[in-house]
Design a protein around this ligand. Structure first.
Ligand code: C5J
Length: 222
């Protein structure tokens, strides 16, 4: 089996069971004027993950391996947004309010789109999700077996919120999960470091972590 040099130990995967899932690389989180900034965050911290994620996309696409993108976005009538989520935060702008990129975190608005550098290609699956975890209220649980995926490489934002939640959901469903360390980011760099340490602790209680370079090297040997 192919091997990725990873923490806490090597990650092995079947050549035909590996998929890439890119979590929420949306303008609403990465650019000024979106949901991330409305919550008081410095969105500049997330830009570093774009280039490494683009490299992962290129490596998977070149080998015809499956790629899934997720987007956190609500329907325009907000019927899929729990009142607690809608109320959360003390800033001036909330989910559904008009902002510089359209209504905040609403499907179809400019802000809900994936950043242009990482735009999905025709045929790639895009899962719209109303929650932090990508399995909650989506068809992801059915999609992964349809694509023959047993092992998942994770990229995206933010490390400690939607990426970590989805990786934990996937782990509980029996998937082998590896987080690409430089292809994920947080508004709080210390949270990113702590999250990765938590995921790989106890000999991989949730999964593995590796650099994009290590993943590229392993894929290069397929
Ligand atoms: C957040 C996300 N942070 N994609 N969403 O609200 O992590």
């Amino acid at each position: 089996m192919p091997i990725i040099a990873a923490r806490p130990y090597d990650f092995t995967f079947p050549a035909h069971g590996l998929g890439l899932i890119v979590i929420d690389m949306q303008r609403d989180f990465l650019e000024p004027g979106g949901f991330g900034e409305a919550l008081g965050n410095d969105v500049g911290h997330l830009a570093a993950a774009i280039g490494p994620t683009a490299r992962l996309l290129a490596a998977f696409r070149a080998r015809g391996l499956p790629v899934i993108h997720t987007r956190e976005a609500h329907s325009p009538d907000l019927s899929d947004c729990p009142p607690a989520k809608l109320r959360r935060g003390r800033g001036a702008l909330h989910i559904g309010d008009p902002g510089p990129m359209g209504r905040i975190l609403i499907d179809g608005e400019e802000g809900s789109a994936i950043v242009s550098e990482l735009a999905p290609l025709p045929g790639e699956k895009v899962v719209r999700k109303p929650g932090k975890g990508a399995f909650h209220a989506t068809a992801l649980g059915q999609l992964l077996p349809q694509l023959g995926i047993s092992h998942l490489i994770f990229a995206g934002v933010t490390t400690e919120v939607c990426v970590q939640t989805t990786m934990r959901e996937a782990n509980d469903r029996g998937y082998e999960c590896l987080l690409a360390e430089d292809a994920t980011a947080s508004y709080f760099p210390a949270f990113k470091r702590a999250t990765i340490d938590m995921l790989v602790a106890q000999d991989g209680i949730v999964g593995w972590a590796a650099s994009v370079q290590a993943i590229e090297t392993a894929l290069g040997e397929l």
